[in-house]
Design a protein around this ligand. Structure first.
Ligand code: PLP
Length: 382
């Protein structure tokens, strides 16, 4: 592959995380719930990993529940709320949540108990809008993602959290796209935090939910007493170790990477806007993740762009991995005011921590080549 530009869908496993996984699998493969000495050592290593993750997030270790990823974490939260809340209580979620928040909330609580918080034309939830929702609907919980997986838009979650604090409403953030890309130690102030290892160099099928109180138990899975009876099933210690190692590896370089990659991404956008008159970058005016560009191409369907670029060796996306390839397109782009016609032309490019200037430039050149081929009606085998 010439270059990978789909980091928001998933990331390659970080070399340090791979090493950590192998070591943990060799040295601590025993079941942490078993009672012999070696299993005890695995349990100790698991708890040490919990403490290290808690440190990186600024939370108490007892609040961390390991899961299989962000989808499970979000379903755990909303299924738990469905059990705990009064039958007429509602929750408020932003209009641009990932489907595993939106659908989990709707399925577990019922559509009528899920209030949608609109975003402005940049895809951002405004403080006044949230205040109004709190006043009108008095939700038991507000859920607003930290960074959007499609547009990369960053929410002012610290301000929104403050608004919730003033009214005693609990606050959840799905931080799957933020963690590992931006500083994360302030998340501890949130009541609930969702994270996913494969978005920052860990392996797939590992993640966590940070809960408000250590003794809060609303398991999605029922069975054994693992994770303090908050998540049944043998803990995936090697995967957890790899996740924590990946986050420890990227955290110290976040500021440097963010500054450098923002420049490379913006140079790519300039190049694209020069090559394609009429190209629109969604949420261009809002603070966004340093790696993400969601753009409406001036012509041709997104799947055609994706196919041409794939043949040239570049991996991009038509939107979130969960909606790509489906009829219609993602809720987030609709929430950002794109027309149905434009939705068919939306492509997402998301780079990584080590994406080079040459790769960004090669991607822009590949778009130019693909565009020429599409304009001339050439067959996809360019
Ligand atoms: N939340 C957000 C914001 C995401 O971007 C994703 C993955 O695309 C998920 C949740 C789902 O994560 P997982 O694959 O760990 O279930």
């Amino acid at each position: 592959m010439a270059a990978y530009f789909d980091y928001n869908a998933t990331t390659p496993v970080h070399a340090a995380a791979r090493e950590a996984w192998l070591k943990a699998s060799d040295e601590h493969w025993q079941n942490p719930s078993s009672l012999y000495r070696e299993a005890g050592l695995t349990a100790q290593a698991l708890e040490a990993a919990r403490e290290r993750l808690a440190d990186l997030l600024g939370v108490e270790p007892e609040r961390v529940v390991f899961t299989s990823g962000a989808t499970e974490s979000n379903n755990t939260l909303f299924s738990g709320l469905a059990k705990c809340l009064a039958p007429d209580a509602c929750v408020a979620i932003s209009a641009i949540e990932h489907p595993c928040v939106r659908e989990a909330a709707r399925v577990w609580l019922g559509r009528h108990r899920v209030v949608e918080i609109p975003v402005n034309e940049d895809g951002v939830v405004e403080v006044e809008v949230l205040q109004d929702i709190l006043k009108r609907h008095q939700p038991a919980l507000v859920s607003i993602m930290a960074a959007n997986n499609e547009s990369g838009v960053l929410q002012p979650w610290q301000e929104l959290l403050k608004v919730c604090r003033q009214t005693g409403v609990r606050f959840h953030t799905d931080a799957a796209q933020w963690i590992g890309k931006l500083k994360s130690t302030a998340f501890g102030a949130c009541d609930y935090i969702t994270g996913s290892a494969h978005k920052f160099g860990g392996s797939k099928g590992v993640g966590f939910l940070v809960v408000a109180d250590a003794d809060e138990a609303f398991p999605l899975f029922h069975g054994g007493p693992q994770e303090q009876s908050r998540r049944a099933g043998t803990e995936n210690y090697p995967g957890i170790e790899a996740m924590v190692t990946a986050l420890e590896s990227v955290t110290p370089i976040i500021a440097e990477v963010s500054a450098k990659q923002t420049l490379l991404r913006d140079a790519f956008i300039m190049q694209m806007q020069t090559q394609f008159v009429g190209l629109r970058v969604i949420s261009e005016g809002a603070p966004r993740l340093w790696n993400t560009v969601l753009m409406v191409m001036p012509r041709h369907d997104n799947l055609k762009w994706l196919t041409r670029l794939s043949r040239l060796g570049f991996a991009i996306s038509t939107g979130s991995a969960c909606s790509s390839g489906k009829e219609g397109s993602s809720a987030v782009v609709q929430a950002l005011g794109a027309s149905w016609e434009e939705l068919r032309r939306v492509v997402r490019v998301s780079g990584g921590w080590e994406t080079t200037v040459a790769e960004w430039q090669a991607l822009a050149a590949a778009f130019a080549e693909a565009g020429q081929s599409l304009d001339s009606g050439g067959r996809p085998g360019i």
